[in-house]
Design a protein around this ligand. Structure first.
Ligand code: ZN
Length: 384
C-alpha cells in the first residue's frame, strides 16, 4: 500500500464517522424537543384537571392543540359542557370561555344560535341576565336586533311581543322605542274589529273594552243597580260601585248648582246591536265606526260607563257647559274619567266624547288625571 491510498482511506473513514455523528446528534436534539413538548403537555393536562375540566374535555382540547389558550383563562363550565356535548364549535372558543353556564339542557345550542345570529359575547351575557331563559326563543325568531339592549332595558317591554315591536318600529321609523312598545302593548298595531281578543275578566273594574277587546255576547254584570232618578233621565243602570260613585258625583255637583244627569248607561249586547245597526243604515259602516261601538265592543255593556248631559240639555254640547268644566277637574275624585279625550283619538280610536264617563276607581282615575293618560295608556304602562 502506498501512502496516497492510506490517506484516501483515512479521509473516507473520517467522513463516514462524521456523518454518523451528525445523524445521531440531530436525532438526539429532536428527541429532546419532543420530550420537552410532551412534558409541557403533561403539565398542561394536570393543570386543566386541577381547574376542573373533565378527562374527555381535556382530550378534545389536546387534539385541537389549544391547551395553552384555555389555560390562560379561569375554569369555564360552559366550555367543559360544550366540549363533552359535541355541540362545540372551535371558532366559538371565546364565547364558551366568557359566558356563564346555566344548567339547561340546550344551553350550548342556545348560545351557539345567538352567536350564529351575530350577537356579541357582551350582548349574549346581557340577554341571559335580563330575560327568562325560555324567552330566548323570542329573540331567536328574528334576525339580529341591533338595539336589543335598548329593548330589554324598557321596563314594560313584553318579550313575547318582540316580533310585533320590531315590525311596528320598522313601519313607523319616526317613533322612539318607548312609544313603539306602548303602542304595541295597546294593540295599536292590530286591525280594529278584525284582530281582537275576548275579554277574560269582564267583572274587573279596570276592564278594557275597545275595538281590540270584545265582551262575550252573553256577558251581563250581576250587580247592576238603578241610578237615582234625580240623576238620570229614565230608568238607567250601572254596576253597584259605579252607581254609588256616580250618585255622589251628581249630588256634589248639584250642591254647587250644577245639574248632571245620566242619559244612557248600561246597555245589553242586543240593545247596542240595534243602535249600531241603525247608525250604519243611516251613515254607513265607516262613519258609524267613528262614533258608535259595534255590539260586544261597547263600554256601555260593562255597566261601568254612562253618557251624561248638563244644564243645556244637549249631551252632544256637554263640552260647552259649566258642568263639563267641573267634571274635567273633579270626576277623578269619584273614580271617573272622560274616556275618549280630545288629544287621545289616535289611541282610543274614538272621536272626542265629552259626555262619556267611565268608572275605573279613584286611584286609577286620579293617576290618569295627573299624568294625562287615557285608559289604554294607563293599562299599557302597567303591563308586564
Ligand atoms: Zn257613551
Amino acid at each position: 500500500m502506498n501512502k496516497k491510498k492510506v490517506i484516501i482511506i483515512i479521509i473516507v473513514i473520517s467522513f463516514i464517522i462524521l456523518s454518523i455523528s451528525g445523524i445521531l446528534l440531530f436525532d438526539y436534539i429532536n428527541n429532546k424537543e419532543d420530550t420537552n413538548k410532551s412534558n409541557t403537555n403533561i403539565s398542561n393536562v394536570e393543570s386543566l384537571q386541577k381547574l376542573g375540566y373533565s378527562k374527555e374535555s381535556i382530550e378534545q382540547l389536546e387534539k385541537l392543540d389549544i391547551l395553552d389558550k384555555v389555560l390562560k383563562n379561569e375554569y369555564s363550565k360552559t366550555l367543559d359542557v360544550a366540549l363533552s356535548s359535541n355541540k362545540f364549535k372551535s371558532e366559538y372558543l371565546d364565547l364558551y370561555l366568557n359566558v356563564e353556564y346555566l344548567d339547561k339542557e340546550d344551553f350550548i345550542d342556545k348560545i351557539n344560535a345567538l352567536n350564529d345570529k351575530g350577537y356579541t359575547i357582551e350582548e349574549i351575557n346581557f340577554i341571559l341576565s335580563k330575560i327568562n331563559y325560555e324567552d330566548i326563543t323570542y329573540i331567536l325568531e328574528s334576525n339580529y336586533i341591533e338595539n336589543i339592549k335598548d329593548y330589554l332595558n324598557i321596563e314594560n317591554m313584553d318579550i313575547q311581543k318582540l316580533r310585533r315591536y320590531i315590525d311596528y318600529y320598522n313601519n313607523n321609523s319616526s317613533k322612539d322605542l318607548r312609544s313603539v312598545i306602548n303602542y304595541v302593548n295597546m294593540d295599536m298595531d292590530k286591525t280594529p274589529y278584525v284582530d281582537y281578543k275576548t275579554v277574560e275578566d269582564p267583572n274587573n273594574i279596570l276592564v278594557l273594552v275597545n275595538k281590540y277587546n270584545k265582551l262575550a255576547d252573553d256577558y251581563k254584570p250581576d250587580d247592576l243597580e238603578r241610578i237615582n232618578t234625580n240623576y238620570s233621565v229614565r230608568n238607567l243602570y250601572l254596576r253597584k260601585e259605579a252607581k254609588e260613585a256616580f250618585e255622589a258625583l251628581c249630588r256634589d255637583a248639584s250642591s254647587l248648582g250644577l245639574s248632571i244627569r245620566a242619559i244612557s248607561s248600561y246597555r245589553t249586547f242586543d240593545y247596542q246591536k240595534g243602535l249600531y245597526d241603525n247608525y250604519v243604515s243611516v251613515n254607513g259602516v265607516e262613519e258609524a265606526d267613528t262614533y258608535s261601538a259595534r255590539p260586544g265592543f261597547s263600554e256601555h255593556e260593562t255597566g261601568l260607563a254612562t253618557d251624561v248631559m248638563g244644564s243645556n240639555g244637549n249631551y252632544t254640547r256637554f263640552a260647552e257647559t259649566n258642568e263639563y268644566t267641573w267634571v274635567v277637574n273633579n270626576a277623578h275624585n269619584y273614580g271617573f274619567i272622560i274616556r275618549y279625550p280630545k288629544d287621545k283619538e289616535n289611541i282610543t280610536k274614538y272621536m272626542f266624547e265629552s259626555w262619556h264617563l267611565r268608572y275605573v276607581g279613584k286611584d286609577a282615575a286620579t293617576y290618569m288625571y295627573e299624568n294625562n293618560l287615557c285608559l289604554e295608556e294607563y293599562l299599557a304602562s302597567k303591563l308586564k
